[in-house]
Design a binder for this molecule. Structure first.
Ligand code: ATP
Ligand code: MG
Length: 918
């Protein structure tokens, strides 16, 4: 769609789009949807099958294998090339199939947490517009959309009205600080009074006493924008357009304030789609595989912090170490053979086979399957939705969970407890001013949903004030809605019975309000202490103040929140959540530390923690954190439990410094003030009823804001992580052992220790057996499960050398029984021993007693090792018969090996059987 917003007033834009301030008719919206299609980004469509297969080829292991195949083909080692090609094909097909299944189920799960947009639509030309929640993909050009804190912008919008609106545009510009948005050009014309919408949560009659009065003529419509920066911003330079204040772009979200805009572009026509070359969508669930290489980061849609998660560090970390080994192996083998045996390029196929032997081909399949199965089970049993599969692994690794207080530890159903004047005496006037602030900020800012605190104040006013809500009647002028950095909200009304005067009603966090009141230092600290005492009783305390100013047409800004007269304090009681105490105990028992990061008063936060049995210790206030450098803050954060008066940026900073201290940090929060922290954490978690943008940024969505389900999710993560860790350790140690043995044998023997076809069959047998790990159901580890590359490598080298020792002992046996010079016998003997040792490893290096799939797979593997060389297949593969004495002697080797394995397993702490979660 082409349009020239620069030269048009909002009204002209509406006209050009054949829409109006009252929104579209339902029938018009349907027709436009049919004409323009759904509002979805092009790449949100699932990839086709051929594309999936091609994508799985992009995997680094596959790429290395493929290049090894090419090298083999170049030296006409057709057997080896064919073997590798088959391995690649099998792994790609399995991977693509696994990812297809995972994507489908993840898409289904994501659907459950899809966001909606609030649009104004009318049933008929004469009907009043009704704000309606519609799925984002149903939004059409010309729709009038309302935005409130935490909303995602569903399409590109031109603003018609805005109150204190700021936007996160990180996805588009990379800029993390919110940017101010406001309508420009001529103010939006009001024809005979703007149709006042009752607040959706407070449905008063439109023409009742609480309908917003339209400004009187004498006010000659001041700009509808009330913002700190008083001078109008200079016109933005032409270019990307993202800095245009009157435009809100798909992919951004509301940081504070509210606004109404008309949709000017949807789907593929949005700037977001254009900026990403039409590739704006999130990665599929198939991201569960490795394959995007190092440093893949999350949060593609919302951008912001690009960061490496625990999954990246562990699985990718190990993968990259292995790839380096794989690339080093062939040249090394060639050089050693040339130096020690004077062999030339004829050893290349063998060198390639050794590198192939190192590869854990099934890793992507195991990772995807384990994560997808874990996620599906979690969704079914606990209604927890994992939106990004690797996040499930990271949940298992989480050792610190930061949570917000309101709504997580408490119910977020505040009820008014007291309204006190400056002396601490009950005073209904305080409630009247506080509730008037709530009502008029809500009404003027047209917020799509009311804050729980405002809702509670209005409920209390309705019940307790003589005349109920009628007592709050005022002529409204302007509103500066709440934002979590300023911690204040202000309503401006005409002063009752005084012509030419406006009253500012300010309410907010006690410290912030007191700072703006004209009070002596003594008085201020006395009131501060009064508030602190109520907070320590567990109340959420807000201060209320007001000021009278001469009426004016100039916009009000936060700079006007000065020199106020203190009115009083309101205290609201918010009971602790029922399941929180038990869940905190369970988290502690499973080795997860809980830290509370709240915007609330330190006293309120400490009291809530104490009630839940979480020792708050010394509460750290955010201004103390400000005074510290990252290292000192990290130190302080590690030993503190409660952080109060946090702004969104404080929460994120604490999460960041904890991660830098090598913690894997989960963050659970539900509000706009939690957004930066959700993005900064390894795993962002939110409840299903969180604001849209939190749900969009979170990796894991809980059915309810219930810490108990978080505990289950962590257990599921540990199970999936355990499966991946087991596969990696066992496969890599066997592979490593085999490679050492092959290298040694290659030097000792005059023939290849293993033919390409034998490498293939052996690998396929291993791979088939190892798939069992994906279906292995073990108890979750009792501690956070971290897969550290260093530790894995130690394990691999230790057990790999043990495995190589068994192989070398077998060579000795073979040399003695069949004579090292009988190729067919040697190949058969080694094949049998290899599969038997692998089966032993699967059985003995398993935490606890292997059950079901793993023990069956190990048995089948042992059977194949013993029987295959004796069959026709064995003969075709070039394996010959073995004398009975070989079996006897190799039996002895295996018993010794089993003993060593059991001993080594016990030594290795990570493999001590893990008792189930209490
Ligand atoms: N609607 C409101 N009007 C005025 N002040 C408010 C309003 N909502 C919150 N406040 C004040 O701002 C403070 C910070 O609020 P914020 O939403 O950042 O965090 P919170 O809800 O208190 O806690 P948490 O971070 O645990 O969710 C509150 O403690 C309160 O003092
Ligand atoms: Mg909150």
């Amino acid at each position: 769609m082409t349009w020239a917003p620069e030269r048009r007033t909002p009204l002209q834009v509406l006209r050009a789009l054949d829409s109006g301030p009252r929104g579209l008719l339902d029938s018009e919206a349907d027709a436009r949807l049919a004409r323009d299609g759904e509002n979805v980004l092009p790449t949100r469509r699932p990839p086709s099958w051929p594309l999936r297969l091609v994508r799985s080829l992009r995997d680094p292991f596959t790429a290395v294998l493929a290049s090894l195949a090419v090298v083999s083909a170049l030296v006409a080692a057709w057997g080896t090339a064919a073997v590798i090609a088959v391995l690649v094909a099998v792994s790609c097909a399995l991977r693509a199939a696994g990812e297809y299944r995972a994507d489908r189920s993840a898409a289904g799960l994501r659907e459950l947490v899809a966001t909606t947009a609030t649009v104004l639509r009318r049933a008929g030309p004469d009907e009043d517009p009704v704000p309606r929640e519609v799925p984002v993909d149903q939004v059409v050009v010309g729709d009038v959309v309302r935005l409130g804190p935490g909303d995602l912008v569903p399409a590109d919008l031109r603003l018609l009205r805005a109150t204190g609106l700021t936007m996160h545009q990180a996805a588009l510009t990379g800029e993390s600080a919110p940017v101010r948005k406001h309508p420009v050009d001529e103010p939006y014309p009001v024809r005979g009074g703007r149709a006042a919408e009752p607040h959706p949560l407070r449905r008063q009659p439109v023409d009742g006493p609480y309908a917003v009065r339209v400004r009187q003529a004498d006010e000659s419509s001041p700009a509808r924008e009330h913002e700190p920066a008083a001078p109008p911003p200079p016109p933005p330079p032409p270019g990307t357009g993202f800095d245009r204040p009157e435009l809100c772009f798909q992919g951004s979200s509301v940081a504070s304030g509210s606004g109404t805009g008309v949709v000017v572009a949807t789907g593929a026509d949005t700037r977001f789609a254009a900026a990403h070359g039409g590739r704006g969508g999130r990665g599929g669930a198939g991201d569960g595989g490795r394959g995007r290489g190092k440093g893949r980061s999350k949060g593609a849609v919302l951008g912001g912090d690009r960061r490496t998660t625990a999954f990246d560090r562990s699985v990718y970390g190990i993968s990259w170490i292995l790839i380096r080994f794989m690339l080093l192996t062939p040249p090394l083998v060639l050089m050693v053979n040339a130096a020690l045996r004077g062999r030339g390029l004829e050893t290349l196929p063998f060198a390639v086979a050794v590198a192939v032997g190192l590869t854990p081909e099934m890793l992507p399949v195991i990772v995807t399957t384990a994560l997808a199965r874990g996620a599906a089970t979690l969704a079914r049993t606990h209604e927890v939705i994992v939106k990004r599969l690797p996040a499930l692994h990271d949940l298992g690794a989480v050792d610190v969970v930061c949570v917000d207080k309101t709504g997580t530890l408490t119910q977020d159903r505040p009820v008014l407890d007291c309204a006190l004047d400056a002396t601490g005496a009950e005073d209904p006037d305080v409630l009247r001013w506080a509730a008037a602030n709530s009502l008029w900020t809500l009404q003027l800012a047209e917020l799509p949903a009311a804050d729980a605190l405002d809702e509670a104040l209005l409920d209390a006013a309705e019940l307790r004030l003589p005349g109920g809500l009628d007592a709050l009647e005022h002529d409204p002028v302007a509103a500066l809605p709440f934002d979590p950095v300023r911690r204040l909200s202000t309503a401006v009304v005409r002063t009752p019975d005084r012509l030419g005067s406006h009253t500012l009603i300010v309410k907010g966090a006690v410290e912030e309000v007191l700072e703006r009141c004209a009070l002596g230092a003594g008085e201020r600290s006395r009131i501060g202490a009064l508030a602190a005492a109520r907070a320590e009783d567990g109340l959420r305390v807000l201060a209320v103040a007001r000021a009278e100013r001469p009426a004016r047409t100039r916009a009000y800004t936060t700079a006007d929140e000065r020199g106020l007269t203190f009115v009083g304090l309101v205290g609201l009681r918010d009971a602790t959540a029922e399941t929180a105490a038990a869940a905190l105990t369970a988290l502690a028992r499973s080795g997860v530390e809980v830290k509370v990061l709240t915007g609330d008063h330190p006293g309120t936060a400490a009291r809530a923690c104490r009630e839940l049995g979480l020792a708050p210790g010394q509460v750290v206030t955010a201004d103390r954190a400000d005074a510290l450098g990252d290292a000192d803050l990290a130190e302080l954060a590690a030993r503190s439990t409660v952080f109060a008066r946090c702004t969104p940026e404080h929460k994120a900073r604490i999460v960041r410094v904890l991660r830098e201290r090598d913690h894997v940090v989960g963050f659970l929060g539900d509000g706009v003030n939690d957004l930066p922290a959700l993005r900064a954490s390894d795993v962002g978690i939110c409840p299903r009823d969180a604001v849209d943008v939190a749900r969009e940024s979170a990796d894991v969505v809980l059915a309810a804001k219930d810490l108990t389900s978080l505990d289950h999710a962590i257990a599921a993560g540990r199970r999936a992580g355990g499966t991946i860790a087991r596969y990696l350790r066992i496969t890599l140690s066997s592979n490593f052992g085999n490679v050492i043995a092959m290298l040694t044998a290659g030097l000792l023997l005059p023939f290849l220790p293993m033919l390409p076809a034998q490498v293939l069959v052996q690998n396929l047998c291993f791979d088939g057996a190892q798939l069992a790990y994906a279906y292995d159901r073990q108890d979750a580890a009792r501690r956070p499960l971290r897969l550290r590359p260093r530790e894995v490598l130690r394990f691999v080298v230790g057990f790999g050398l043990l495995n190589a020792a068994a192989d070398l002992a077998t060579f000795a046996v073979l040399a003695w029984t069949v004579g090292g010079h009988t190729q067919a016998g040697f190949h058969a003997g080694w094949f049998t021993e290899n599969l038997l040792t692998q089966a032993l490893v699967m059985l003995l290096l398993h935490p606890g007693r292997p059950r079901g799939p793993v023990s069956w797979a190990a048995t089948a593997l042992a059977g194949a090792g013993l029987l295959l060389p004796l069959t026709g297949v064995g003969a075709v593969l070039g394996m010959g018969g073995l004398p009975g004495v070989y079996y006897g002697l190799v039996g002895v080797v295996l018993v010794l090996y089993a003993g060593a394995l059991a001993w080594g397993g016990r030594l290795h702490r990570g493999f001590a059987p893990t008792p189930p979660l209490p």
